[in-house]
Design a protein around this ligand. Structure first.
Ligand code: HEM
Length: 408
């Protein structure tokens, strides 16, 4: 593979479904061209940033590198049509708005806030492992189990009624699975707008309900938030719900499914969890590094600047490649080895800096609860077919993970 071929991985959703191709390509780019200009007829040009240190440096400098003009990579029409999308959320904001809006929910996501949900999460983890037991020894771990579990957690956090969960599941999958033909019920722009409108309509009703009858869930906190002494706008509140419902869902299910895939393919790693359950904590973090479910976010330079000796002009965009940074040989020993005991594990799968993922504690807790429940109940477990990964430019992981198992 030459550098030009390697650089195609960022614009080709199929590359993210082929882990070997992706990681071979980005290892080459890290070595030969770590800040690499990518041009493609369907995308506005950008620079792909593949080294861990550079992802951190750019993410840290939110005074120079901003989100609003181009938060994430999408094909040209999506970039150009962005202003038509009615919802503005944290990932599209910069200072001074961003810290003000982030503050609305930040407390809920701190360890103390998330601990309030510990029992509910453990109950949901048990429910989904029970479901696995009920499937009689074979299932698709992604489709049957972990594609539902994180959404249940996040919707519980927002305080939505359980009968609405299936509708939310469908809508989030439509939004994030849109690059994969199998999952794309939703490829044309009009259908994607419709999904956003469905989301918005649902959450608008929720905002009105929570304003009339405040409760003690995150849904109420957002609906009744005050921004600079004024009640939060409906668009902003709906944007907030949409971000949380989507960001908290496919990301975590991808990490948990890809994590099981890695456990089953890496000799001895499952057994290490059986022998030492305390490894679940570092094991879940390793799953998140390994899968790096969020493939990229972007930043745009507010002024001329230099990164690793490359001059970048004001208005140019960089793509922060988290999965590449998380295999950087300069930071990780044996980066291509899945090691449930990895320590330290300074991965950037949750990003870094002002936009650092709000859901880190929640995602980790969910993962730990699921594997703490699952591992002791399984007698034997193996792959029952070839796993397949999603073709998605933004958030991805397995879309099929057939397994065979016996349980206590
Ligand atoms: C932002 C990854 C789970 C909510 C982000 C970012 C990444 C990320 C890479 C952007 C960070 C940056 O720009 O520096 C992940 C991964 C997850 C996960 C890998 C699971 C393994 C969650 C969960 C929630 C959540 C469970 C809970 C609701 C958010 C929010 C933001 C965000 C609200 C926007 C923060 C901002 O712009 O200020 N996440 N996330 N995420 N994440 Fe997560």
């Amino acid at each position: 593979m030459d550098i030009a071929a390697a650089a195609t991985v960022f614009t080709d959703p199929r590359a993210y479904a082929d882990n070997e191709r992706f990681h071979t390509a980005t290892a080459l780019l890290r070595r030969e061209s770590p800040i690499h200009r990518v041009e493609h007829p369907n995308f506005n040009p950008f620079w792909a940033v593949t080294k861990h240190e550079d992802v951190m440096t750019i993410s840290r400098a939110s005074d120079i590198w901003i989100n609003e003009p181009r938060p994430a990579l999408g094909p040209k029409p999506k970039d150009a049509d962005r202003e038509n999308i009615p919802i503005r959320s944290l990932v599209q904001m910069d200072a001074p708005d961003h810290p003000v809006y982030r503050h609305v929910s930040a407390d809920w996501f701190k360890p103390a806030g998330v601990r309030r949900l510990r029992d509910r999460i453990a109950e949901l983890a048990k429910r989904f492992v029970d479901r696995m037991a009920e499937q009689g020894g074979e299932c698709d771990f992604f489709a049957d189990i972990v594609s539902h579990y994180p959404l249940y957690v996040i919707l519980s956090l927002l305080g939505l009624p359980e009968e609405d969960f299936p509708r939310m599941l469908r809508l989030t999958q439509e939004l994030f699975g849109a690059d994969d033909e199998d999952l794309a019920r939703n490829q044309d722009k009009q259908a994607q707008m419709q999904t956003l409108i469905d989301f918005f309509t649902y959450f608008q009703a929720l905002i009105q309900e929570r304003r009339a009858n405040p409760t003690d869930d995150l849904g109420s906190v957002i609906a009744n938030a005050t921004i600079r002494d004024e009640q939060i706008g409906e668009l902003e509140a709906a944007g907030y719900y949409t971000l949380i419902a989507t960001a908290g869902h496919d990301t975590t299910s991808a990490a948990l499914a890809g994590g099981l895939h890695a456990l089953l393919e890496s000799p001895g790693q499952w057994q290490r969890l059986v022998d030492d359950p305390s490894l679940v904590t570092s094991g879940v973090d390793e799953m998140i590094r390994w899968v790096s479910p969020v493939k990229q976010f972007m930043r745009t330079a507010r002024e001329d600047t230099v990164v690793r000796g490359v001059e970048l002009a004001a208005g140019e965009s960089v793509l922060l490649s988290y999965p590449s940074a998380n295999r950087d040989e300069d930071v990780f020993d044996n980066p291509n080895t899945f090691d449930v005991g990895r320590s330290p594990n300074r991965h950037v799968a949750f990003g870094f800096g002002a936009h650092y993922c709000l859901g880190t504690h929640l995602a980790r807790l969910e993962g730990q609860a699921l594997y703490a429940e699952l591992v002791p109940r399984v007698r034997s477990i193996e792959l029952a077919g070839t796993p397949e990964y999603m073709e998605a430019l933004f958030v991805g992981g397995p879309k099929r993970l057939p397994i065979r198992y016996t349980m206590a």
